[in-house]
Every structure is written in C-alpha cells, then in structure tokens.
Design a protein around this ligand. Structure first.
Ligand SMILES: [Zn+2]
Length: 114
C-alpha cells in the first residue's frame, strides 16, 4: 500500500553556480510530496497519518539556510538529500520511502525515486 503525504517548509538558499538571480540569497516555501510504502496492519492502517506527519516535519530543514546542508542546494540536489534522511527515519517503522517530489514553486518540482 502506498501513502501520499504532503508537507511544507520554508528556507533560504543561494545557488553558487547559477548565472542569474538565484545566485543571490532568496527563499522558498517548498512543498514536499512523500510517497511511502508499507503493509496494511490488522488495525486497517499502514501507520497513523498523524504520527507520520510529525516524523516527516522533524526531518525537514524548516527556517534553515540550505547551503549549510548541501553544497549546491538546487531542488535536484535537495531531493535526494531529503529522501535519504526521511527513508532512514522511516526504517524503524518498517516503512519505505518510494519517492519524493520537491516543489520549489507551484509549477516546478524535482522528483527523486529511491
Ligand atoms: Zn531558489
């Protein structure tokens, strides 16, 4: 069974190798779409959505400077970084992250599948 959960976070970054306005410090409110795989348990749930939302939020770099975490924090570089972090956090719950969509605005996203 697959669960889809959407979260948001705000952060600042700059793209050091970009020849254009994104070279400058700026911010985004990112939308992240998580696709999580797990077995449906006896209670009819894969896992409590409330618990999962809390776990996912704890992994997101809200109000952080993304260049401190990833050298060149494009959406394409951030998506695998977040994927690995979240997938590790899901392991103790016997859940797997299938994919992550990182939307930097309403029209553009990087998609990473593990
Ligand atoms: Zn940006």
């Amino acid at each position: 069974m697959l669960l889809k959960i959407i979260r948001k976070f705000s952060s600042a970054h700059r793209l050091p190798h970009y020849d254009g306005p994104c070279y400058q410090l700026h911010g985004h409110t990112w939308k992240v779409v998580f696709l999580i795989e797990g077995k449906v348990k006896e209670n009819g749930m894969v896992h409590d959505f409330k618990v999962l939302k809390k776990l996912l939020d704890a992994q997101l770099p809200d109000h952080q400077y993304l260049n401190d975490l990833v050298e060149n924090p494009t959406a394409e570089n951030l998506a695998p970084y977040l994927f690995q972090k979240v997938n590790q956090a899901l392991q103790p719950l016997e859940l797997k992250l299938k994919s992550i969509e990182l939307w930097e605005n309403e029209n553009a996203a990087a998609v990473f599948e593990g």
